[in-house]
Design a protein around this ligand. Sequence first.
Ligand code: NG1
Ligand code: ZN
Length: 550
Amino acid sequence: AKQRSLLLESASRFPLPSGAKFSYGTAGFRSQGSMLASTVFRAGILAALRSLTTGSTVGLMITASHNPVADNGVKIADPDGGMMTQRWEPFADALANAPYPEHLLQLVIQFSKEENITIGGGQSAQILLGRDTRPSGEALLEAAKQGINAIIGAVAIDMGILTTPQLHWMVRSRNKGMKASEPDYFTQLSRSFKCLMDLVPKEKIKDRMDTKLVVDGANGVGGGKLEELKKMMTGLEIYVRNSGKKGEGILNERCGADYVQKEKVVPCGFGPDDVGIRCASFDGDADRLVYFSVLSQSSDSIDLVDGDKILALFAVFIKEQLSILNQKENELYKEFPARLGIVQTAYANGASTDYLKQLGLEVVFTPTGVKYLHKKALEYDIGIYFEANGHGTILFSENFISRLEAVNNELASGSAGSEHHKAALRLLAVSQLINQAVGDALSGLLLVEAVLQYMGWSIQRWSELYSDLPSRQLKVKVADRSAVVTANAETQVVKPLGLQEVIDAETAKYNRGRCFIRPSGTEDIIRVYAEASTQEAADGLAHSVAQHVD
Ligand code: NG1
Ligand code: ZN
């Protein structure tokens, strides 16, 4: 009875805006920040129930990533630090759209019954809260707290302003019983980075490439965090622009990873003086990372080094370490089998997939959205996944890590300092550096830098691993995006009937043509992607297919 009145009373403070329809989508709820108080309040309830039923800490992050500054959003991190289980998404949607407090209460009662969740039975729930730098974030955080407090036994812990991956990392670390504060995060990243740098082969150090790096922080949360992390590190000369400090510019406006990747032009704050220098862009909540270099003094064109190429760089490095571990001439040689898997989506540039397959790697595809890629990558000893837009990470299985630790221990006594031993140490350091919960621009950046030093590669040399096929992405506004249904990792249209045949016929007209369409999970549009041997051809293919979507 106490729970009922508490919930009803709290819910009455957060009325649903009229005419709104919320959907958990690809990456949580998103909308105009001013529309979201009721949604975030309800997400607080959702997070509390998720924590109660798992008996572990969960996370709630308030961010709209690369979207405009007036937008905001909310998503839940599960106990392992990953995205909330998809099984709960229908309940999340129902909760977010319940018209009145009574409906909300009924939904909570009914769902708790179905999921065997006992509220007020003395169990406790713990929810870590984080938000990015958006102005609407503070009030929304308060709404989340009230949602959590509306469930008896649930406790909100405000972690302050964070990058999305920091919050996911904290949830994961806390549930593993490890240190989980922000200083712990910075310490883990800087230590494992140093470890990798110390393992750079001596002969590579003499022709060591430039250590200078300029980072576009999208005027979001990542720039400031990088500046904090920088204080704990040596070996890199990092300059941050679009850091989000007052007066420097607007969040995600003409800057950031999404802008750079989609528009392929120089972001705000960068220009002729940066020609040839290694540059990187974060998105607004620092879970995406792309690199680029400014090509000429006179134009705004860039050489984009996207998520696919970051993936290729990591894959080459990991594969090399695994082959060192498996060299027969190693002292204490033992076979060290490891299943290495690469996960991409249909947006991966065709040239990247060809390159990875030529290396003999196993490449698999999933639908768009990190939740799908992450799940697939978990099936391997080492799973590397990246979206072309720069969201990705490397996952190590627990079994693999313990085998690696065992090898490391054995070698540390017998042949410490051997190549064999160093390869094991490098892989262990990577597993510490790279965020195991979710894609993370900060940790990804440090790994890219360490690997470039190891290879002795400039950004130009890295970019030449393969040349991207020209591509074009278009958005088509439609009355009902759910009319388009796809299959085979979104590469085939199954509804409306006949549309796939049209796409096939158009695609066949182009050399190296590839084209697919899919409904966006975050915007009210259909996305069209086309690739072909020239830019004109890719544009032509995308536009002709877009006409048939309308
Ligand atoms: P949608 O709107 O479903 O295409 C976009 C990105 C995804 C992912 C999500 C979540 C593209 C083409 N799509 O999803 O890769 O990052 O946002 O932020 O970039
Ligand atoms: Zn993001």
